[in-house]
Ligand binder design. Structure first.
Ligand code: SF4
Length: 417
């Protein structure tokens, strides 16, 4: 807590905390934004995994059908005043388990395409249980070009610790590979109790050998509201494992594309979190605009109720100060290990060197960043520091935010210090 507060005060030059208000607007200013992305949340799963913090409920067909109607309506409400179609970078479906609504994805994509031109492809998160020829064909015919498979580990023991079963993962990955998607991402978790470096390296090798073009690795985080029987390994072990992971990837000639993602050379990336600005649709979806960040309610019933009343299902809005917006931009750019100087100025409205000249100077001197034309690239040394800070923020900010949002449909206010 102390670290997050100190960093916030230092970087924003203010003691003002991040204040998320329960008020909201029914019109979003996104039409003039460059590099806008789209995200749609499908909050249904067959069963609920103990480690998972995301917004989801057990799948139920009538509930999913009425959710789809609300989702289409939310898209219409957000887009009703648009003048012409807007170009966006990409569209990602996350969850939950989007494939549980596989026959609806095409309609949702078509509705979005009435308003947007999707430039760089459509991505969908896939649970291994949903991988079969028929579903992959449906995704292809809906226009999906990227998939991210939540495998978490190929090791039976590790999966059991996460409350999951292994089920012909290698065959399924091969099937996805042969379906010809542009990007095949495999999600892997590290620091699962009893996981060794050798098991982790074997997970990475297996993923790449059988069709992954990218892997996204996440440290096992024990959210306060999760129901984990087994607890993650210590921060020190997580750090050592990440170092091994980085070393192994470089030995295998695989590019590090963010703090926790690694890609085969020359392949496109699956990245739903590093857009400069994005519109999110569905329960719990977030929207990042030039001056604000908003979160939809986590309650599916509350979401439907708002949308049926022709109102946006926003539960909380953070109106950024200039420095808060700058810090938010830097946080997510740093995750992708590239800070674009021109984009920073475009979004924040002030040159990076004017706002954070001293910090950039020091970071360059101590070997955290290096300048490459108009980009500051993070070094591995800085990425290790980021790995630590990201987890501290996840515990101090995201855990608190999600915990309240899971319990209160439309909170009055959340203050993050
Ligand atoms: S990990 Fe995936 S399948 Fe499990 S509860 Fe979370 S979203 Fe659902």
């Amino acid at each position: 807590m102390l670290l997050t507060s100190l960093l916030r005060v230092f970087l924003t030059r203010s003691t003002k905390p991040f204040v998320f208000e329960g008020t909201y607007k029914n019109k979003l200013d996104f039409e003039t934004l460059d590099d806008l992305g789209l995200y749609v949340h499908i909050p249904f799963c067959r069963s609920l995994c103990s480690f998972c913090p995301y917004c989801k409920e057990i799948y139920d067909k009538p509930k999913a059908d009425s959710y789809k109607i609300a989702l289409l309506k939310e898209i219409d409400i957000v887009c009703k005043n648009m003048i012409g179609k807007k170009q966006v970078t990409s569209l990602y479906f996350g969850g939950g388990t989007p494939a549980l609504m596989i026959d609806d994805l095409k309609d949702i994509i078509e509705r979005l395409k009435q308003y947007f031109i999707i430039k760089n492809g459509i991505g969908v998160e896939l649970h291994p249980d949903d991988i079969n020829e028929e579903n992959l064909q449906k995704l292809k015919s809906a226009g999906v070009t990227m998939v991210s498979i939540g495998i978490q580990s190929f090791d039976k023991n590790c999966l059991e610790k996460l409350g999951r079963k292994s089920d012909s993962f290698i065959d399924k990955l091969e099937m996805v590979k042969n379906s010809g998607f542009d990007v095949v991402d495999v999600d892997l978790i590290f620091a699962i109790p009893a996981q060794t470096n050798e098991i982790l390296e074997n997970d990475i090798k297996t993923a790449f050998d059988h069709g992954a073009s990218q892997i996204s690795t996440y440290p096992f985080i024990d959210f306060t509201f999760a129901d984990n029987v087994y607890k993650p390994m210590s921060g020190k072990i997580k750090k050592i494992m990440l170092k091994r992971l980085v070393g192994y990837s470089s030995k295998m000639n695989i590019d590090r594309t963010s703090v926790w993602t690694f890609s085969k050379k020359g392949t496109d990336k699956y990245s739903s979190v590093t857009r400069d600005t994005f519109l999110g649709f569905g329960a719990s979806a977030t929207t990042l605009l030039k001056n604000s960040f908003k979160i939809n309610t986590f309650s599916i019933a509350g979401y439907k109720k708002r949308v049926e009343a022709d109102a946006l299902p926003t539960s909380l809005t953070l109106n950024f100060t200039k420095r808060q917006r700058a810090v938010y931009y830097l946080f997510w750019s740093a995750y992708s290990m590239k800070i674009d100087i021109d984009k920073f100025e475009n979004i924040v409205g002030m040159p990076l060197n004017k706002m954070f000249g001293l910090e950039c100077f020091i970071a360059e001197k101590i070997g955290f960043i290096r300048k490459n034309n108009h980009i500051y690239e993070l070094t591995d040394k800085a990425a290790h520091m980021y790995h630590y800070i990201e987890q501290v923020y996840t515990t101090a900010y995201i855990d608190k935010m999600w915990n309240v949002s899971r319990n209160v449909e439309f909170p009055d206010k959340i203050i993050l210090r």
